[in-house]
Design a protein. Structure first.
Length: 718
């Protein structure tokens, strides 16, 4: 059974004729000499005063109804000047017009030479328009109309062209004096000019003819291909919705021509690419699919092999060997309307290319080799780039968005949440549903991700929980805490947001989730102790419910290792600090005294891990400030041990150090500071008498303070 990717490629492969029912663009203009009988030379860009002169020399433009020619400003409101009264000179005009005709021929899919014949000069002032109509055949061989819009300032006046159920709206504004806008369309296309809302517009209208024998060119028709592609996409959408659907999340169809990043866009597609895009665009609209054009790229690197060593006058020749790393991405996104979506890059997954083997014979756009150096062998890097049409079902848009990563989805979810919070009753439910759907897609892929920073040094975990809490989305709060954080993928800085989110759930569920998170994070006692201490405050009415979680934490406390701080695979401290013990006993003494006593037994049993000087004494100094904790028998036992240790230390006689040297690295390298550095590194010298002016002494004292030198400083005045 063939896949959607294979069938789509087969259907679009039949679209082999370039062209569409219209063509448009901008052309570089070397200002010509435009002369109008009755007006004289017309400057470009056209000024309002000359528009008034042109209107005075013009007549109301008529329109045809059957065999009649009528003037009715409710149907057509514009001014016209006959072609025999218009003269255009300048050596650049003819080459420019020929270049435009070449682009028009390609855009319309016409083979052979096209002959233009100037028909009218039209003046559209404010309020001018022309309702929907078809052009009549004005001379033998006419098959299309070309409009050249000269530089002027205006708004509104879009040209709308329709053909076989499709519609394009072309904005032909042209204020830059170095450019003109053009549009061409087949004569049988229905078209209209929307009202000019400000300014004015002057256009040259040409009849396009072809004198060659045979039938006149007709707009390309791909009705059969469009019908087939529409049916394929509709079936794909249904398969994507099915629970066991195995079709790709998105489809990627590579185009033929090369486009720069600046050129990338639906309006700039050339030849058969434009025709294919037209078919897919119409089919996507009918099948509820989103369509974009994007830059498809492959970056490969690996080892290279020598084909020849080279000689005295030649470089060695290398060829690519085994590929070690390969990255396939989509970037530089454009919608059909020219706008850019928020995601920057999306990965390409298996089965998404149409057809699946399309890249097998691709030639790299860039390939560079690096010769062997030292212990490193020869290597290569190469890049492939192609423009591509990218499709996905509208209902799967959030699943595709999730592929862009948390850097895109978190801001998007934040925007949805903000809009939901400030929306009225009419759209509130819809926005909440969208936010909930996106959150579900994000959680489905979260377990595969590491920790990231979102904004203002806020972690992605805190950001996600904050948004879910604001949305009151208890289902996803539960899923996030149990599924993601239940695997230990959070940090101490996330605990505040975790406890706030837990309060959205029932007390029983909150207690169960706390136990699960502590079980998953026992390698990081600081994280667990902080979470437990915060949870005790949140459940102040009945902290005893956390007894099981407390027992899990106490049972996993480190012991027997003479290293206060180690790190787990997430680069988080897993050892014990004074703050960790403060959080631990602050929580345990409120939960259950028996568990606190077990923790005290453990701490006292491993004096190397819970060093008295660096861990236990500093922790008890902080715990002593809380009267409720001091009433705990467990804390009292620890306090007694610390006091005995301190008394023993005080009883020891003080001895001078055998080596007086200290850290001597200083930021300043002046003469006085170099002398200070020598004193600090001297193992024998106990004092340094520095005789100098007040400013020099002040400088040295500042350096001592900045470098945290182990020195006492005093000033002797004699």
């Amino acid at each position: 059974m063939s896949s959607i990717a294979t069938e789509l490629a087969a259907a679009l492969g039949a679209v082999d004729r370039p062209g569409d029912f219209y063509a448009s663009g901008m052309a570089e203009l070397h200002t010509p000499t435009l002369e109008v009988e009755g007006v004289g030379i017309v400057a470009l860009p056209i000024l309002p005063i000359q528009v008034a002169q042109l209107v005075a020399a013009a007549e109301r433009a008529p329109y045809g109804r059957g065999q009649d020619t009528l003037v009715d400003t409710s149907v057509r409101r514009t001014w016209q000047i006959e072609a025999d009264r218009v003269r255009i000179k300048g050596r650049h005009w003819a080459p420019m017009l020929e270049a435009v005709l070449t682009r028009v021929a390609e855009g319309l899919g016409v083979n052979g030479p096209i002959e233009p014949e100037l028909y009218k000069l039209l003046v559209y002032d404010k309020g001018s328009f022309f309702v929907s109509h078809r052009d009549t055949e004005k001379l033998p061989g006419m098959f299309a109309t070309l409009v050249l819009v000269l530089p002027s300032t205006s708004t509104g006046g879009e040209l709308v062209v329709r053909h076989q159920g499709r519609e394009v709206r072309l904005d032909l504004k042209c204020a830059d004096p170095s450019e003109l806008a053009f549009a061409a369309f087949y004569a049988d296309c229905v078209h209209e000019v929307l009202p000019i809302t400000s300014g004015c517009r002057v256009a040259l209208v040409y009849n396009l003819t072809r004198r060659a024998k045979g039938a006149l060119p007709q707009p390309p028709s791909y009705d059969a291909e469009q019908t087939r592609v529409t049916a394929l996409l509709r079936a794909w959408v249904v398969a994507e919705e099915a629970p066991d659907g195995r079709e790709p999340t998105k489809l990627i169809y590579l185009l033929e021509h090369a486009y720069t990043e600046a050129e990338l866009g639906f309006d700039n597609l050339k030849g058969a690419d434009a025709a294919v895009a037209g078919v897919v665009r119409a089919a996507a609209q009918k099948s509820e699919c989103d369509l974009h054009v994007a830059l498809f790229s492959i970056h490969e690197s690996g080892s290279a092999e020598y084909v020849s060593e080279g000689g005295r006058w030649s470089e060695p020749e290398l060829e690519a060997g085994e590929v070690d790393e390969r990255v396939v991405m989509l970037s530089q996104w454009r919608r059909p309307d020219g706008s850019q979506p928020i995601f920057a890059e999306l990965p390409v997954e298996d089965g998404e290319l149409s057809p699946p083997d399309v890249i097998e014979d691709m030639e790299p756009d860039e390939e560079e080799f690096e010769e062997a150096t030292g212990n490193a062998g020869a290597s290569f890097e190469r890049t492939y780039r192609r423009a591509a049409l990218v499709l996905w079902p509208v209902k799967r848009a959030f699943a595709v968005l999730t592929q862009a990563g948390l850097g895109v989805t978190l801001p998007y979810l934040a925007d949805l949440t903000e809009r939901w919070a400030s929306s009225g009753a009419g759209e509130r439910s819809a926005l909440w549903g969208q936010a909930r759907e996106l959150a579900g897609c994000m959680l489905a892929q979260w377990s595969m991700r590491g920790r990231h920073q979102w904004k203002n040094n806020t972690s992605d975990v805190t950001g996600m929980l904050t948004l879910l809490t604001r949305l009151k989305d208890t289902d996803h709060i539960d899923a996030f805490l149990s599924g993601v954080l239940g695997h230990g993928l959070h940090d101490k800085s996330d605990n505040e947001a975790i406890v706030i989110a837990l309060q959205m759930l029932s007390p029983e569920r909150a207690v169960a989730l706390i136990e699960r998170m502590i079980t998953a994070s026992t390698r990081s006692p600081a994280i667990c102790s902080d979470l437990l201490a915060r949870a005790v405050v949140a459940l102040a009415d009945n902290p005893g419910r956390l007894a099981e979680a407390a027992k899990v934490l106490v049972g996993a406390l480190p012991g027997g290792v003479a290293q206060p701080v180690i790190y787990d695979s997430w680069s988080r401290p897993t050892g014990v600090s004074p703050e960790c013990l403060v959080d631990l006993f602050s929580a345990l003494t409120r939960i259950e005294e028996a568990v606190a006593s077990r923790a005290a037994d453990h701490v006292l049993a491993w004096p190397k891990t819970y060093d008295l000087n660096t861990v236990l004494v500093p922790a008890l100094c902080k715990l002593a400030k809380e009267a409720a904790i001091n009433r705990s028998g467990a804390v009292e036992r620890l306090r007694v041990v610390c006091l005995e240790h301190l008394r023993d230390r005080v009883a020891e006689p003080l001895e001078e150090p055998q080596d007086w040297s200290r850290a001597s690295a200083l930021a300043c390298n002046c003469v006085n500071c170099r002398e200070l550095s020598r004193f600090l590194s001297d193992p024998v010298a106990k004092t340094w008498n520095f005789k100098a002016a007040t400013s020099d002494r002040g400088h040295v004292e500042q350096v001592i303070k900045s470098a945290n030198c182990d020195l006492d400083v005093s000033t002797e005045t004699r």
